[in-house]
Design a protein around this ligand. Structure first.
Ligand SMILES: C[S@@+](CC[C@H](N)C(=O)[O-])C[C@H]1O[C@@H](n2cnc3c(N)ncnc32)[C@H](O)[C@@H]1O
Length: 183
């Protein structure tokens, strides 16, 4: 049986178990030290899945098309890339000076064939969207905020239109999406 291989981008010190963790920082837990915006030391079509948690927002919009192209080349046919990014309107996203790109509901679509505007980033690779959702929650550590925060999370998973709430103070959120490589 073929081995199912996962490449994690920017796993840092807390990588996904059993994934090959590629990160710019040579800290413990990193298997391959490489900058995602430069050539990747990865053989073409050598992974079935790529995971990227809270790293794509650290890449500038100008570099993202190349990052997605390299991801495309590293994946086997039908392989997927699954990513999680903070929603751009979240206070936590706006506060962080290391963020180089902003992610909204439509942003992942620019890296797919599904959006009529995706030609604008000049992509020569083909992904399709297989899943996308948001999770909102309240940014307070107070114990009494936990139940409403939990409820907000449940509602937002079912109703992505609640994404607009992230503009309110104390509401933050993440966008999760999965793209699949087309043959
Ligand atoms: C916010 S941390 C997220 C770490 C981990 N994925 C998590 O969710 O806990 C961002 C990670 O991306 C890495 N990173 C930032 N820019 C990068 C780049 N250009 N190439 C590779 N890794 C990068 C950082 O070194 C860091 O480990």
């Amino acid at each position: 049986m073929k081995e199912n291989r996962t490449l994690e981008l920017g796993g840092g010190r807390d990588p996904v178990p059993r994934a090959v963790n590629m990160d710019i920082a040579g800290v413990s837990g990193v298997d391959v030290v490489a900058d995602l915006t430069e050539e990747w030391p990865i053989k073409p079509e050598s992974f079935d899945r790529i995971e990227a948690y809270h790293v794509l927002e650290h890449i500038a919009h100008d570099d993202l098309p190349e990052v997605f192209r390299r991801a495309y080349e590293s994946l086997r046919p039908d392989g997927t890339i699954h990513a999680e990014v903070p929603l751009a309107h979240s206070r936590s996203a706006k506060n962080d000076p290391t963020h180089r790109s902003q992610w909204y509901w439509r942003t992942p679509m620019y890296y797919t064939d599904d959006d009529q505007l995706s030609y604008e980033i000049g992509s020569d690779f083909e992904f399709t969207l297989v899943d996308r959702n948001v999770r909102l929650f309240l940014t307070s550590g107070k114990w009494y905020v936990r139940p409403p925060s939990w409820l907000l999370k449940q509602w937002s998973v079912r109703n992505p239109s609640l994404i607009e709430l992230v503009k309110l103070p104390y509401v933050t959120g993440v966008l999760e999406f999965t793209l699949q490589k087309l043959e």
